[in-house]
Design a binder for this molecule. Structure first.
Ligand SMILES: [Zn+2]
Length: 270
């Protein structure tokens, strides 16, 4: 699933193509991609609107519109957003196309059909419950300490919980825990102040590196021009059990934490 670095990359690369453009037509090839309002209303209300800005909150993309409303998109498990001439042949698994006034189209492709769009007046009705943004100044070691304080869930699960911290998912949680040398099954409330500081720094480091490398193309993720990102090429934890840890050579293990495949080094993550 695209995580913060992937969504941030899509935002950065999509913005120059869509900000200032007007939506001429909305083509829904699969109406289920619209979560709110009903598909027909979504189509008619979005048509003619100018996109005034593009932001990100957690794994959501938020496009501000000239009438004060928000077009919100979530790529979920397997979605991608491609920019190409609106008259192009439809890429595989296209579920929706937004036709813009410069002749380009935003193609929302999604093989697994978990991706969604919303058109709402109040963006907090969609993203209001998210935890803090890890790359904002508000996210300090003290804030992370409060978020994890007394929590009895495994750290891996807490880091992936969007109500705790926004934007982190399976891949970057494993990377951050590896870098901080902390075992994924440690309980949130069990970290020492030194470990909390290390984890905080590790979260920032792996996310910033992921953005610098334009996201990780392990599964379906591609950038808006259709090219893959390179972040997975620099991942520290091998995502294959038995492969050696880059720090100590011990075989990396795979466990499942709340349904998520989790890779870690049993020797240097304690
Ligand atoms: Zn190791």
């Amino acid at each position: 699933m695209p995580e913060l670095p992937e969504v941030e990359t899509v935002k950065n690369e999509l913005a120059p193509n869509i900000v200032g453009r007007t939506v001429r037509k909305v083509n829904l090839l699969w109406e289920g991609i619209v979560r709110k309002p009903a598909a027909a209303e979504f189509r008619s209300r979005l048509k003619g609107r100018k996109i005034t800005g593009l932001g990100r909150r957690g794994k959501y993309l938020l496009a501000g519109l000239d009438n004060g409303e928000w077009l919100i998109l979530h790529m979920k498990m397997s979605g991608s957003l491609l920019v190409r001439p609106a008259t192009s042949e439809l890429p595989r698994f296209t579920r929706a196309v937004l036709h813009l006034d410069d002749g380009s189209g935003i193609f929302f492709c999604d093989p697994r059909k978990f991706g969604r769009m919303w058109l709402v007046g109040d963006k907090d009705s969609v993203v209001g419950e998210l935890g803090p943004e890890p790359l904002e100044q508000e996210f300090t070691p003290a804030v992370l300490t409060l978020l994890l304080d007394k929590r009895k869930a495994p750290l891996k699960a807490l880091l992936c919980d969007q109500h705790v911290v926004a934007g982190i998912g399976n891949l970057y949680a494993d990377e951050a825990l590896f870098l901080a040398k902390i075992h994924p099954l440690r309980l949130g409330g069990s970290l020492t102040p030194a470990e909390l500081k290390r984890l905080h720094r590790a979260i920032l480091e792996v996310l910033l590196k992921g953005i610098k490398n334009k996201g990780a193309s392990i599964e379906n993720y591609v950038r808006p021009d259709g090219t893959p990102g390179g972040a997975h090429l620099e991942f520290m934890v091998p995502r294959k059990a038995g492969n050696p840890c880059i720090r100590c050579g011990t075989s990396v293990e795979r466990i499942t934490v709340r349904g998520r495949g989790t890779y870690f080094c049993p020797e240097c993550q304690v």
